[in-house]
Design a protein around this ligand. Sequence first.
Ligand code: BTN
Length: 246
Amino acid sequence: TAQNILVLDKTDSTNTYLKNYLSKFKPLEEFTAIMTHEQTAGRGLRGNIWQSAAGENLTFSLLLYPDFLPIHKQFLLSACISLSVYELLLPITATVRIKWPNDIYVSEKKIAGILIENSLQHQQLKHSIVGIGMNINQTHFVESIQSKATSLKLATHADENYSVLNICQALIGIIRKNYNRLKNDAEGILHDYNAFLFQKDQLCSYQVGNEILEGKIIQVEEDGFLQVLVNNEIKKYDLKDISYLK
Ligand code: BTN
């Protein structure tokens, strides 16, 4: 079934748009999707901004009601969405990986980011606003991210532009499939997420506080913690504790 997508010309942030709508007006159906050609105040993880050239990329938000997930399992939704972006890109770009917790990389460069904003009620998730930004047709990036960012067009050396709307439709279809699977096979979702992790089982450098450590990512746990093997010892890290080095 084709998905209804509300397409805006321009807005501050599709996540903010959905959040404001929900607080002011009546509840919306699950899988309501808002896409925009241009975001003037796109937001990313850890308070970062999400920059995206107007008219070239996918920036959209999807509304979900994952009330079957207790708070301590919210990471599984994030894993489900990351896996969906991965599955969308895999047939087009074989070097796609999921960088913990929920960035999507193609050949060592970031192609997509995910910002999920949850509201809670009675220790359960009430609604989740799933925001996804994916670089599609952009071929020039500002200098500060030029060496770290890519797009579908760059990664596939395509001459023609991709249809952003078609990609959005296809992605929502894959999210639907994985979201249904999450309801009865969350372990399988986490297993697949782990199978496609960036830098898994490779000796790499990470920064923890002021220290640089060498370790190998083993897996991500159900609660979202990252397990790294450091000097034959398994360490657990939270997102705020560890960063990747390049
Ligand atoms: C990140 O990598 O830090 C997450 C980036 C998420 C960007 C998307 S674009 C659509 C939605 N609206 C926002 O303001 N952010 C998300």
